[in-house]
Design a protein around this ligand. Sequence first.
Ligand SMILES: *Cc1c(COP(=O)(O)O)cnc(C)c1O
Length: 408
Amino acid sequence: MMFKTTRDIDNLLKKHDSYREGCLNLIASENFASQKVRNYLTGDLGNRYGCYATHNPAEREYSGNKYIHEIEMATQALVKDIFKADYVDLRPIGGHMAGMSVVLGLLEPGDQVIEVSLSDWGHGLVGPMCQVRQFDETINVAYMAFDENRGVDVEKLKAQARELKPKMIIFGGSGTLFPEPVKALRPLADELDILIAYDASHVTGLIAAGVFPNPLSEGADIMFGSTHKSFPGPQGGFVASNNHDLMVKVGNTLSPSLVTSHHLNRLPALAASILEMKEYGEDYAKQVVKNAKALAVALAEMGFNVQGKGMGYTESHLLLMELGDYVDTAPGKLLEEAGILCSDDFSGSSPEVRIGTPEVTRKGMKEEQMPVIAQFFKRALIDKEEPEALAKEVESFSRQYIGIEYSF
Ligand SMILES: *Cc1c(COP(=O)(O)O)cnc(C)c1O
């Protein structure tokens, strides 16, 4: 198919919207931005250039930027405020680019990094870069160990750091269940001159709302992430720190190396979503975590091997479930056929699904609805009901929750 008219485009978009409304979205990296936030994305700024040189917008010059400059500065001020950071850079257009700017800006050839492995739901900021030979052949990477509850194994990490003397430790991944031991590593980082970076992509919204520790307050040197996962903003990225020198290096790497047009229409949308979070963020984030815990308990009661049991399953917006007893292939496709959207992984010893509660929480679900969701998982994966028939029930359930809460 090739689009011939804009009506073709509209029709396909309508199908998409209707399809997604009928799905139960438990993808932990997605969220549902309010209409007000979405509307800001369509404004004039989507066609404008901001000045992209220098980390500090106050020093930037670009023709026609009289108000763009003010918009960028005022949005930066909001981001500094919610993360209690002295410096932020909003030019990364996503969390990945934000992470790349930190890794490329602060590391030199021959440096050693410790990060979260892909098999532990790491994003692999350094590891998979082996596709880029210049990088693979100059930066060494090792992976931190996790314990039986899927939290970082602090003692092993300390021993590994003493042995490898890395230039940087990157905490945070796509499967974070519990706060990472940033505070516990700080004294050793000072002793060995290690930079602590924190990839907050997933937990940005929980940090902004104060229901998850702020890594910068706990001693991380630099933090970066996405603005669209547990944080219900437009897609985008940021870097934040209290260290001016680090931010200058990262900023000079972002531009001119990684980004020039930085998609300015994100900024008013981001500002609106931060204002929204200031008003409703705490209630939203507390409910997200309550829902994740309630869903974990309900799934465990049905016989699923929910991870992190010894620590109460989760303190974040997501839970992890090992499925080795029920499936031997990727469960994501089967769940998708049943109208349940979530992420799977089979790089570890057992196929696993990651289930996130941000979007269903925004759409109005509370603890009472979590056993209903758990039942759908049981029917799909344990009882192996026919997925198309189940999808109809999942759809009528999901369509009851299409409002948006915690928003303007
Ligand atoms: C999603 C994710 C990223 C990348 O963020 P984008 O906004 O998709 O570019 C980086 N790190 C982690 C841990 C993530 O989960």
